[in-house]
Design a binder for this molecule. Structure first.
Ligand SMILES: *[C@@H]1O[C@H](CO)[C@@H](O)[C@H](O)[C@H]1NC(C)=O
Ligand SMILES: *[C@@H]1O[C@H](CO)[C@@H](O)[C@H](O)[C@H]1NC(C)=O
Ligand SMILES: *[C@@H]1O[C@H](CO)[C@@H](O)[C@H](O)[C@H]1NC(C)=O
Length: 450
């Protein structure tokens, strides 16, 4: 489920006061941002603490430059087909997808730095390729030139200029052009372009363009699978080291060290014991683990920019879980399996949600499964498409290359919370989705075998 905060993790101990502020803000912010990176233990190295947890993904390569170029050319072809003049993005996960530049490489400020793709048609062959330009503040042009891409033009705007007027003039956009502004861009970007070109159609990208990033290639799937496997291995290594009486914060620090040992970046977990897990994004208390409690871990981490998202609700050998709570665990487990079987190419995105919900309703827990079944996952933890019970007219078809979380849950306030989450991929030619954690055994088998 998790959605980490976008927190820089360099030298966290130097900024403890700000971290506390950030943690406080995140705890009280929206349901979609309950996460943060965690301070690594300064006393012992993760590698020595987890000898059973080697770097899991060392052999998985990052996305090569040729794939980034292919993405941009696909984008250019779709723009051409749609009769659109340009695609425009700020540093963001979308810019990371097409240009390998995210907000980590270029922090957003009030001065726009924009990436622009226009379709360029070869006179000789008719081939359509991406023409990339960067709009940069003039005094920052030297820094923009250090970004890891070679555009055909750096369009520079001086402090006294209207950056959007400079951009539309440099691109030679017709006054009635259609231009797509990435949905992650801030409103003033779209608004500024619209003011510079009052007769243009400035829009967020249509499904034909959003789909490019939604459908993963084999190399992206290999990265996502390894990140999710590593996350599950870290949860299992943590499970072995837990004891009755430990606090949520101790378990959270332990699992953060395990995630670092296994080789994931910007990793962290929501760690909730007993009735605290009935609040899907946490309670903010630091409860001790009792024999009657489940412990819920909802963990994310990054590999080559791609996220994992795995949740386990587990028990220790010494736990004495009430039968009613064990029954809930097994119903959630069954719902997760039914949902996976319903994540099939051609099925609507609403169907898996309905399948999981029907099972939990039959077991009497309809009102306790309070959130959607899942979300797309990739360069964002939460990204489109989403698996939720919308009317069929609003649902979209599930397609090969889609990756989703499959995470049913039952939350009975002040009593118990159970969520089980593995991400899945819809492979070409497969009848239904497979777990991205399959390489290390896939879904949990019982609360004692996560
Ligand atoms: C993308 O950027 C990362 C650094 O953020 C770098 O390690 C990687 O080599 C870059 N990839 C390409 C294809 O340029
Ligand atoms: C690429 O775009 C720039 C504007 O940024 C333009 O000057 C140049 O002619 C374009 N090149 C091609 C091949 O379309
Ligand atoms: C934009 O205007 C030109 C003439 O100025 C016209 O040829 C073209 O069809 C128009 N395009 C759209 C999308 O309306």
């Amino acid at each position: 489920m998790g959605q980490p905060g976008q927190v820089a993790v360099s030298q966290p101990w130097k900024y403890a006061r700000y971290w506390l502020l950030v943690i406080g803000l995140l705890c009280f912010s929206t349901l979609s941002t309950p996460r943060l990176g965690f301070v690594r233990s300064l006393t012992s190295s993760p590698e020595s603490e987890f000898p059973d947890l080697p770097q899991h993904c060392a052999a998985i390569p990052p996305i090569p430059a040729s794939a980034l170029e292919a993405r941009r050319n696909t984008l250019a072809k779709r723009l051409h087909d749609l009769g659109a003049a340009a695609y425009i993005a700020e540093p963001s996960s979308s810019a990371a997808y097409y240009f390998n530049v995210s907000e980590e490489h270029w922090h957003l400020s009030e001065r726009p730095l924009l990436f622009i793709v226009t379709p360029s048609v070869s006179d000789a062959t008719g081939d359509i390729t991406a023409n990339v330009s960067i709009l940069t503040p003039k005094f920052e042009a030297a820094r923009a030139k250090l970004l890891p891409l070679s555009p055909s033009a750096y369009i520079q705007w001086a402090e006294e200029d209207d950056p959007f007027a400079v951009l539309s003039a440099a691109l030679g956009l017709p006054t009635n052009a259609t231009a797509y502004v990435d949905a992650n861009a801030r409103l003033f970007v779209a608004d500024g372009l619209q003011r510079a070109l009052p007769h243009a159609r400035i829009r967020t990208p249509p499904p034909q363009i959003v789909e490019i990033r939604e459908r993963k290639t084999d190399e992206e799937i290999a990265i996502l699978a390894c990140a999710n496997e590593a996350t599950l291995l870290a949860i299992r290594a943590t499970h072995k080291r837990m004891r009755i009486g430990m606090r949520e914060s101790e378990a959270r620090d332990l699992v953060a060290r395990a995630l670092a040992a296994v080789g994931l970046q910007r990793a962290g977990c929501l760690t909730l014991f007993g009735e605290n897990a009935a609040l899907p994004h946490g309670s903010g208390t630091d409860r001790a683990l009792h024999k009657e409690d489940f412990a819920l871990f909802d963990c994310t981490g990054q590999l080559h920019g791609y996220w994992s998202d795995v949740t386990r609700t587990l028990a220790l050998p010494a736990s004495r879980i009430p039968d009613a709570h064990l029954a809930i665990w097994h119903h959630v487990h069954a719902a997760q399996a039914l949902a996976r079987a319903a994540i099939a190419p051609g099925a609507l995105t609403s169907h898996p949600d309905t399948a999981a919900r029907a099972h939990l309703a039959q077991a009497g827990y309809a009102q306790y499964f309070t959130h959607r079944l899942g979300h797309g996952i990739g360069l964002n933890v939460h990204e489109s498409p989403y698996l939720r019970g919308v009317p069929e007219t609003q649902a979209t078809p599930i397609l090969p290359g889609h990756t989703f979380s499959d995470e049913p849950g039952v939350y009975i306030e002040r009593k118990v919370g159970v969520r089980l989450e593995d991400c899945v991929v819809v492979q070409h030619g497969a009848a239904h989705a497979t777990f991205l954690t399959a390489g290390v055994g896939g879904a949990a088998r019982s609360p004692w075998e996560p």
